[in-house]
Design a protein around this ligand. Structure first.
Ligand SMILES: Cc1ncc(COP(=O)(O)O)c(C=O)c1O
Length: 283
């Protein structure tokens, strides 16, 4: 049975789903997106994902295409119509709409383009990866300076992730001009220091405010871990006792190697694994 997409108010088979060739998302990446994780057939952390989508829209001076109150019902429809009862993801994209090509924003009356797709994901693959831990490579953070906006302009992230894949790594870790770590190409980066403190980059324009980051910060504090949102270097990351990444579809993923250097003894750390379990239990 074919997958179903939602395009500007209609549910259509994915193969027939279309947007205009002059869509500003296509021509200028003038749009935002959100990834809603699905676990056990339910959307996880829905209010936080909606809140971030609202902030991304504001960041690009875009309006909601429909009332945000309606979106949970649309997402549920997508799960039903795509028969997703276990793990999966729902992708929402909103662009400024279709208009003759011109850098300047067209009239505020322009109808935005609003697309939703959904697909099942086999979460057991991630459990297998998490049991072994993953490798990352560092790359220069050459993105724009508003990384807190989840814009569809992802070219540097794509190039970084491709480089990682070609190096046999799972993720790319962005490092700025001062050798400080920001985040990964599609995930938040964390370390556990020698003193047992949990560190991740503070919120701000340098990183995307990860929803999983938000949930894991709360969990870690509930578990009595000492947490610091602070800037740290690649060198400090390599010397850490543990490292892991978080994202909507990877949950908490232990990192065992950075640029060919093992993290501690090169196996997933106990804090990372405890956080992974606790996070999944709460989904
Ligand atoms: C650049 C970047 N940082 C962090 C994240 C993690 O965010 P979340 O936990 O909301 O998936 C993502 C997710 O796609 C991302 O693209």
């Amino acid at each position: 049975m074919s997958r179903i997409a939602y395009v500007n108010g209609s549910y259509v088979p994915l193969a027939y789903a279309r947007v205009h060739v002059e869509d500003r998302g296509f021509q200028f990446s003038d749009g935002v997106y959100e990834v809603f994780p699905v676990y056990g057939g339910r959307v996880a952390n829905m209010p936080w994902h909606l809140e971030r989508l609202g902030n991304s829209l504001t960041g690009l001076q875009l309006a909601w295409p429909v009332s945000p109150a309606v979106i949970p019902a649309l997402l549920r429809q997508m799960l039903i119509r795509n028969r997703i009862t276990g793990g999966g993801m729902i992708y929402v994209q909103i662009t400024r709409g279709a208009s003759p090509r011109n850098h300047v924003f067209p009239s505020r009356d322009l109808k935005p383009t609003f697309v939703i797709t959904a697909r099942p994901l086999d979460m057991t693959i991630r459990d297998i990866q998490a049991a072994k831990g993953v490798r990352v490579i560092s790359v220069t953070d050459n993105r724009w300076s508003r990384r807190d906006i989840k814009s569809v302009s992802l070219l540097p992230n794509l190039l970084a992730k491709q480089k990682a894949m070609e190096a046999g790594a799972f993720e790319a870790l962005f490092v700025d001009g001062q050798s400080m770590v920001t985040e990964c190409a599609a995930s938040t980066f964390w370390i556990v220091t020698e003193e047992g403190e949990l560190w991740t980059h503070p919120l701000g324009p340098e990183i995307l405010p990860g929803v999983t980051r938000r949930a894991v910060l709360t969990l870690a504090r509930e578990m009595g871990l000492r947490v610091e949102e602070r800037v740290f270097s690649l060198e400090q990351a390599i010397a850490a006792r543990e490292a892991f990444l978080t994202s909507a579809t990877n949950f908490v993923m232990p990192i065992v190697e950075i640029d060919g250097h093992f993290i501690a003894d090169g196996v997933p750390g106990p804090v990372s694994m405890r956080l992974r379990r606790a996070y999944i239990d709460k989904l």
